[in-house]
Design a protein. Structure first.
Length: 201
């Protein structure tokens, strides 16, 4: 009996390669995509072992359809999202806020794999020194990086690796910007360099 993978981000280069490897390993892949014309998705439409669900990350019914009966949920969305000024504020925290309840209802799901940017803090809130230097330049003006940190924090909370209660010094700017998902908060370090004049790289 084959195992099912729910895939988000199939149209990116990493997603394409993941599909190829999953096929070779004998997995069935159900992927949510916004447009069949994206990437080389149209070339894969008739592939055995691959089912496309057409929809957006905002549509909970499409998320549910994608995750249904999946053993593994894989998120490789980084290459498929808008960048810098075009990035929708809170895009991934909003997506995760919808996805986690769905995964919890689907008792078949045993693994959630999320690919984050190398600049994101890890589940314990640690950031490599080099990444801290880059963040000092880009982080305050880059909604994508801030969103990634919030996503990793929420994943850590969901799996008991961090507390949902932040320190009294933590800010709630992310909540005001996102308008919802009030439990997704940015780390205290996100408020550093807020008044600086740096611009993103």
């Amino acid at each position: 009996m084959h195992s099912d993978i729910a895939l988000f981000g199939a149209s990116g280069k990493t997603g394409n390669e993941f599909i190829r490897l999953a096929f070779n390993a004998g997995y069935f892949v159900r992927a949510l995509i916004h447009d069949l014309k994206a990437g080389n998705m149209h070339e894969l439409v008739n592939q055995d072992g691959l089912l496309f669900v057409t929809g957006t990350l905002e549509n909970e019914h499409k998320l549910q359809e994608t995750v249904r009966d999946a053993d593994y949920v894989v998120c490789l969305l980084g290459e498929t999202l808008p960048t810098k000024q075009k990035y929708p504020v809170g895009c991934m925290t909003s997506f995760l806020g919808k996805l986690y309840p769905i995964m919890k209802r689907e008792r078949s799901v045993s693994v959630f794999l999320y690919q984050a940017t190398s600049l994101a803090a890890d589940v314990h809130g640690n950031t490599p020194v080099f990444s801290k230097v880059l963040k000092a330049v880009a982080h305050r003006r880059n909604h994508f990086l801030r969103d990634q940190d919030a996503v990793i924090r929420q994943i850590a909370i969901e799996h008991g690796l961090a507390s949902a209660v932040t320190t009294t010094k933590s800010k709630t700017k992310a909540n005001k910007e996102n308008g919802k998902n009030n439990d997704l908060k940015y780390d205290e370090s996100d408020e550093e360099h807020e008044d600086g004049k740096e611009t993103p790289s």
